[in-house]
Design a protein around this ligand. Sequence first.
Ligand code: ATP
Ligand code: MG
Length: 453
Amino acid sequence: MAQEKKIEKIVGIKGMNDILPEQSALWELFENTVQSVLKSYGFQQMRTPIVEATPLFARGLGEVTDIVEKEMYSFEDSMNGDKLTLRPENTAGIVRSAIEHNLTYEGPKRVWYNGPMFRHEKPQRGRYRQFHQVGAEALGFSGPDIDAELIVMCQRLWDDLGLQNIRLELNSIGDAEERKAHRAELIAYFEQHQALLDEEAKRRLYTNPLRILDTKNPALQEIATNAPKLLDFLGEESRAHFEGLQKILRHNSIPFTINPRLVRGMDYYNRTVFEWVTDELGSQGTVCGGGRYDSLFSIFGGKPTPACGFAMGVERLLELMKANGDGNVASLCDVYLVHQGEDARMQSFVLGERLRDAGLDVVLHCASATGVGSFKSQMKKADASGAAFAVIIGEDEAKAETVSVKSLRSEDFENNQVSVPFSAAVDFLVDQIVSGGEEEGQCNNPNHIHIHH
Ligand code: ATP
Ligand code: MG
């Protein structure tokens, strides 16, 4: 016998996850809910490439940010030497595209996106190197009404997803002039406490002192809390904007807390910034962050255009949904077709197509490496599929042109199994599944309730 050669397995990239078949029902539930909520506010979907020119992010996000300093997957296109980056976020890409295609030419636009983002971070729960964000960008709107709408829309999404323990933190980081005045005092304040600062804070003291405020270092919490607050530097317009936002939120019964230390990671923000936070996910508790970015269009060489948006972390929200009991996987199909023998197999194919024509989801048992299997093993698969019914066609049924319908879910179904003429099988099953075999229009198919609470 020939010596078996050990072949090395190729594995996936660290921090980049496969979304497996048993997880996809939850992803689809999330994505369908997102899509319908965003549509109900008049947002249109955009899909931009996952690769952009590196300067887009360096210029847009700011050189002294976590992302640009240490998290970007940047590389040179070996074909032509272009400097490229896998997008770490999608606001820069959306604004780039909006300028390129003059999207706001006819007036403001509401857009949204959903897709993978890439950051070279230390992988841990809720923090991956490829992760997914759903984001919304309101382009050309000056607020505060649109700022409030974005927040109200998030609240509706949490409600529709059945998520309860997510709270809103809010701040205003003012405009450039206001930040400049605050920055001078902030640097002076931190200089007084120089000895207590950590390496990162020292490094940022003269480049991006605002970011010291959102330090995660416990030793710096007290200094950060007592630091001069940007809110005290707001001019009349910024203050009116912030108060206008709060008024709409109160009117819509959206609770919030003002967090003067909330600054957000990217340089492009001004005035309104917000985060949705939960305590149920450990230290990766921010599920959504956003704010206003009135200067980003100009930074990219476009016509000055006010804008506001948010991005949510899909993996973190799915984790929350699972904690809520939404992880139970939906069934694969309404009907599972079990068969034995050549004629039965042919009839199963025909019946499967007819049932699909009638709108049902059907799985036909197909042979594996060990063959088509016994009735018993096929029935096990039928059960595991979550189908409401198994339809069995054996050699006897094939000859008699009948099928046996077995209920896999309800107990009071005439001995759990009935014989039905082949020609009547579609009507019988549709009737059972759509109306539960009883009253018209009342659906009691467990498959149509895709998530079991
Ligand atoms: P953090 O402070 O947790 O690093 P961030 O400020 O870098 O977050 P944003 O750039 O605002 O995050 O992205 C918006 C949302 O995307 C976050 O609130 C989070 O839910 C999610 N997110 C960010 N980075 C990751 C990641 N590496 N893995 C999974 N989700 C992420
Ligand atoms: Mg980060």
